[in-house]
Design a protein around this ligand. Sequence first.
Ligand code: 2RA
Length: 338
Amino acid sequence: RRWNVAVAGATGLVGGTLLSILEQREFPVGELFPLASARSVGKTVRFRGQDVAVQDLETFDFSKAQIGLFSAGASVSKVHAVRAGQAGCVVIDNTSQFRYQDDIPLVVTEVNPHAIAGYRKHNIVANPNCSTMQMLVALKPLHDAAHIERINVSTYQSVSGGGQKAMDELARQTTALASGEAVRPQVIAKQIAFNCVPQIDVFLDNGYTKEEMKMFWETQKIFEDTSIRVNATAVRVGVYFGHSEAVSIETRRKLTVGEARELLSNAPGVVLMDERKPGGYPTAVTEAAGTDAVYVGRIREDISHECGLNLWIVSDNIRKGAALNTIQIAEILVKEYL
Ligand code: 2RA
């Protein structure tokens, strides 16, 4: 059986990665409908060795597609993902639009694939935020074994999370600094080249940013546990691809390093890289960028808490953090539900 697939936001960073992963995983695509705003109509995208014409998302008839992969912004999904679902097209949405809606499932395929069954209400499944995604792939086996009660996490998020404009800004600033010119931040509030900026998304009344609160809200929904506490600090760093996270968990039952390593070495989607020697740990540039795994290293028992454990978690935010999980959800949908 082959499936007609619409990709909304096909000309964007995640959209392009969706197309390449559909090819790499040989997803059974019948007809591909690359969709984008009217200004992109006339462009083409490459898919399976062919140039495919981009169509206007605003006017596309979604009854032509059985699967819709959306990554075109929350305001677009708010209108067109709903319209697609009503036309019988099952949508996997990458934006934050539906993640916190109780009757729309929020799914990490290695963590809560059973929740996909809830797609039927609106024909929509929500894809989590990239920083939540990689953290929960790594924490799932530890949570199952020892019940995580609290998570402290500091993220070091690459500029590709902010889209092509943020990537272009890093390149521009790096060049400017190399030639002694002034740096003029436009997309990111302060200089990002050779710097760390402790703000991603807007500030909320409690002093957290929306990016930080996403990790709290989404962890509770995906783990189906409103008692789990999450305290996040989300930082943008001058890296192109790959988010890194320093995570400290507190568990109900003590987890030793040995047990954690054993659990993680057998966990789906995880690559353990944990040697206490120079380079014995994963980084965004050397392991994560362009690959599909969630890498875990620097595992050590927390000297400040009797049931605490520290980990370093790294993954490609555009692949597993967005496009890959989206397609893994689609694979489960066509295999088990459609
Ligand atoms: C970011 N996670 O990194 C957010 C959205 N992709 O900017």
